[in-house]
Design a protein around this ligand. Structure first.
Ligand code: CIR
Length: 263
């Protein structure tokens, strides 16, 4: 039932092209809207970088009615064993699940659905030991409990922690670097959630860069976070910086633009 691959080893990825409406994407603080062409350029570079890291990318067509639908990580989870359809915890994104469901039913034999509550995929971190679910303004306890039931069907254990206050998603503040190391903000590390991990703490002012993305031997990091980049390089990681200044305006980092699994 389970794959022998590490949690950051992937061969398959799904992304969705940005819609023109992406300029109206959700944001907690308005730092101005991103431009469509800027988001598209960042997205194109992201796809090319994923392919270079060794995955095959399925590119879905844009959905104008859902400005945030470029962030395919939020409406579903994918594993070697199958997929789980989630329910994003904000009205304007709820319909994204129905939009991605047929694609996942084509790619996976088993597709489960949450029995209740709300979960955004951005609140779910895969680790070698378990699946961490962060409660947030988007992910409810009822949703987390329903997700734990689904994960059990795939032989995986879900555990629940709190996302720090005023942080969009659990993974806004962290990413897995290898089997035993996480990149995390100091505020998330202070919760104790990563006490059994080695930690690389984001330097002050670079909290927004904590959502890096490891794919096979490469760690993608936002280009605007030189402190994080130099820390990871000196730890021996193969780091590839990517432009995130446009998607950053709508509160996104690098994990949110893809669904990744090993077939
Ligand atoms: C939202 O607020 O839903 C989008 N503007 C950003 C989603 C980012 N998703 C993620 O980090 N998984």
């Amino acid at each position: 039932m389970s794959s022998n691959h590490k949690v950051y080893e992937f061969d398959s990825v799904i992304v969705r092209k940005p819609s023109q409406s992406v300029t109206g994407g959700l944001r907690a603080v308005d730092q101005g809207s991103p431009t469509y062409s800027g988001v598209k350029a960042e997205h194109d570079a992201y796809i090319a970088a994923l392919e270079t890291a060794g995955v095959t990318v399925q590119v879905l067509e844009p959905l104008e009615e859902f400005p945030d639908s470029i962030f395919v990580e939020d409406p579903a989870l994918v594993f070697h064993q199958g997929a789980i359809l989630l329910r994003p915890g904000i009205d304007s994104r709820e319909g994204e699940t129905a939009a991605i469901a047929p694609v996942l039913r084509e790619r996976f034999e088993t597709v489960l659905e949450l029995a209740g509550g709300y979960v955004d995929g951005g609140d779910v971190l895969y680790t070698p030991d378990n699946i961490i679910i962060g409660l947030s303004a988007r992910t409810t306890q009822e949703g987390a409990d329903a997700l734990i039931d689904c994960l059990e069907k795939f032989g995986r254990k879900g555990v629940v922690f709190n996302t720090p206050p005023n942080v969009l998603h659990f993974k806004t503040d962290c990413s897995l670097l290898d089997d035993e190391t996480v990149l995390t903000t100091a505020r998330l590390a202070a919760s104790g959630v990563f006490d059994s991990y080695k930690k690389v703490i984001t330097p002050g002012g670079e909290e927004a860069g904590a959502n890096a993305l490891r794919v096979n031997d490469t760690v993608f990091v936002g280009r605007d976070f030189p402190g994080i980049i130099s820390m990871l390089v000196s730890e021996g990681y193969k780091v590839v910086p990517l432009e995130t200044s446009q998607i950053g305006k709508i509160d996104a980092g690098l994990s949110c633009m893809s669904l990744r699994w090993h077939s």
